[in-house]
Design a protein around this ligand. Structure first.
Ligand SMILES: Cc1cc2nc3c(=O)[nH]c(=O)nc-3n(C[C@H](O)[C@H](O)[C@H](O)COP(=O)(O)OP(=O)(O)OC[C@H]3O[C@@H](n4cnc5c(N)ncnc54)[C@H](O)[C@@H]3O)c2cc1C
Length: 228
């Protein structure tokens, strides 16, 4: 078990649980193709050039020699988007096994903006005139749902049914594992300004942690896609 968690949103976090490999694993995997020698630490310049060449030219498999597992706590609506990435492996908390704690997402005032008129999915950057009352309404709705949830459990309603009244702002908890190539695919989509803010901040936290694991590959990736 490793590093401390990076806090994300109001109750969430991302924590690196485990990782395998580094920039060196990438160049080692690439060099086996032409049976070249590889040595740790004494050919840094050519290693960096090779990593850049591989990434810029779509040679993806050497990046699969690095893997990382993250523990993530996030609202269920973030997980709905996240789990579309089928090349990651997931294990998530089951609300059939245990009662969910009363933790739900309330956006910062600055995030309560207005609906974009020219992009059907996105919101604008302008804070909504009704931001305070919108936040209060989100809070009240979540509190009401949790009150019903608790009442159902007290009436001996099975947990697997009681959870159906909980909103998608409720926090859940998972482990997600992928290789670096697939983490890059995830970050390319979810660090993009068109991605929803609430998943973007998680993807950015993952990007920060991965920079510490494979700094050359990550710098090349971030330059290529103009991220960070
Ligand atoms: C800004 C944004 C908006 C979005 N809006 C919507 C939306 O409105 N509605 C919606 O439903 N989704 C939406 N998505 C989700 C999107 O369609 C993808 O499901 C998601 O981004 C995961 O991408 P992926 O399939 O490439 O990833 P992964 O599942 O990780 O797959 C990676 C790659 O593996 C290959 N692959 C994996 N599984 C298969 C398979 N079964 N068959 C063939 N090839 C496969 C494909 O090449 C794929 O690109 C949105 C995503 C973003 C970033």
């Amino acid at each position: 078990m490793s590093e401390k968690a990076m806090n994300v949103l109001d109750h969430g976090f991302v924590r690196l649980v485990d990782s395998m490999g580094s920039d060196l694993s990438i160049v080692r995997s690439a060099r086996v193709s032409y049976d070249a020698a590889w040595r740790a630490g004494d050919n840094k310049g050519s290693d960096e050039k090779l990593v850049r060449y591989l990434l810029m030219n779509g040679h993806s498999t050497p990046f699969e020699s690095v893997t990382a597992t993250f523990e993530v706590k996030a609202p269920i609506f973030v997980f709905r988007q996240w789990h579309r990435h089928r090349t990651q492996s997931y294990n998530e908390l089951s609300a059939r096994y245990r009662e969910l704690p009363e933790e739900f997402y309330i956006p910062d005032l600055l995030q309560v903006t207005t609906q974009s008129k020219d992009n059907k999915q996105m919101r604008t950057d302008e804070v909504n005139d009704n931001a305070q009352s919108i936040r209060a309404a989100i809070h009240a709705a979540n509190e009401g749902s949790f009150a019903t949830y608790r009442a159902l459990l007290e009436a001996d309603c099975p947990r697997e049914l009681a959870r159906s009244v909980l909103p998608v702002g409720t926090y859940s908890h998972m482990f997600a594992t992928a290789n670096l190539f697939n983490w890059m695919r995830f970050m390319k989509e979810r660090c993009h300004p068109h991605a929803q803010y609430e998943i973007r901040v998680y993807a950015e936290a993952i990007m920060t942690i991965l920079k510490g694991i494979a700094p050359v590959a990550m710098k090349t990736f971030m330059d290529k896609y103009n991220l960070g």
